[in-house]
Design a protein around this ligand. Structure first.
Ligand code: ATP
Ligand code: MG
Length: 332
């Protein structure tokens, strides 16, 4: 008889991903389960799970290749230089977010999932978002999650590149991007947005920045596409106020508080059996670090554990990795 050994949280995660038809997550959780079983010394069971996952992946690969008869939206020609496309599988549930931010994003998703219904009443879904906050707080990840949730491609526009590489013709390049938004429905992320959004006077090529900014204001006003336009920036203070008025929502991202750090630690260390760790104590060490820094520290701690041939994460592993991140930051 097969002993029931899986952790209940992993069974729940499996069921949840099944219910949400999130196959990549389902398979990821199954692999975590295999690792968990291996650590418990159930190597035969672990091996069987891995084999099943591999078979499932192969089958999926075959199906996907068949599905690819329909061409994916790939930018070509001039656009290939301006846009980078990806098909994220990120979900909003993968992120740790303050309640208010999650609510705003869920509202956006809800409106897009029921666009047709809104249209029947002459209403349209909100489509222009401005994300503001320090590095590593989840702005880019949010764009991926919105794309992942709505099963849309994510197109990243490099603003800085747009300005420096096409001096004198940035505005016309920007028009190309907005035209693409009409043709190919997707999530368009304008990263490093302060490159054009900066107030008069900031930066070197003031005239060029001004031209692009005015072009952006005009394009966004005329934008009737079904795409979602997300602008992200670290610097709020320097943004032009006329520009800010054009967005449906301005979402602020902050460094995580204690509770959010704990939540993040829990999700990132889930597959390494954190039951023996006092996450509240560890969270104190993480004060002032960004989500991105904490995620990397968790990975460092897990790698140390694996490479040193240990079965469980210790408190020290995690606090040491967090301290190292903090010092690393001070050094740079
Ligand atoms: N809110 C969050 N919840 C969970 N993980 C997060 C969150 N924010 C950041 N991360 C982790 O940090 C990584 C980097 O985050 P992201 O690229 O979204 O930061 P950013 O805000 O865009 O930073 P930058 O301003 O430097 O572009 C993510 O891939 C993810 O692993
Ligand atoms: Mg980013």
């Amino acid at each position: 008889m097969v002993e029931i050994v899986a952790k209940s949280s992993q069974i729940l995660a499996l069921l949840r991903s099944y219910a949400e038809a999130d196959e990549p997550r389902f398979l990821r959780t199954a692999m975590q389960l295999a690792a968990h079983e291996a650590r418990q010394g159930h190597s035969k069971l672990a091996e069987d799970i891995r084999k099943l996952v591999d078979e499932a992946k192969t089958r999926r690969g075959v199906l996907e290749r068949r599905g690819n008869a329909i061409p994916l939206a790939r930018p070509t020609g001039e656009l290939a230089d301006l846009l980078r496309v990806s098909y994220p599988e990120t979900r909003l549930g993968d992120m740790v977010l303050p309640h208010q931010v999650r609510a705003t994003l869920e509202r956006l998703l809800r409106e897009h999932r029921q666009q047709a219904r809104l249209a029947e009443h002459g209403l349209s879904a909100r489509r222009h978002l401005l994300l503001v906050g320090p590095p590593g707080t989840g702005k880019t990840l949010t764009a991926s999650a919105v794309a992942g949730e709505l099963k849309l491609p994510l197109f990243v526009v490099r603003m800085e590149g747009l300005l420096t590489r096409y001096l004198g013709e940035s505005a016309s390049k920007l028009r190309l991007v907005f035209e693409a938004m009409e043709r190919n429905r997707g999530v368009y992320l304008f990263d490093e947005f302060d490159a054009i959004g900066a107030d008069r006077g900031a930066g070197n090529d003031v005239a060029e920045v001004r031209r692009v900014l005015n072009a952006f204001l005009q394009f966004i006003e005329e934008d009737r596409s079904e795409s979602i336009c997300i602008a992200a920036t670290n610097h709020f203070a320097s943004l032009d106020s006329a520009l800010m008025r054009r967005f449906d929502d301005i979402i602020r991202y902050e460094l995580p508080d204690r509770e959010q750090v704990e939540q993040l630690l829990l999700t990132r260390l889930e597959s390494f059996d954190p039951s023996q760790l006092n996450l509240t104590t560890i969270a104190k060490t993480a004060e002032g670090l960004s989500y991105a820094e904490i995620v990397r520290a968790c990975e460092d701690a897990a790698k140390d554990m694996v490479l040193e041939g240990r079965e469980r994460l210790g408190m020290d592993d995690v606090t040491r990795a967090l301290e190292a991140r903090r010092h690393g930051r001070l050094a740079t």
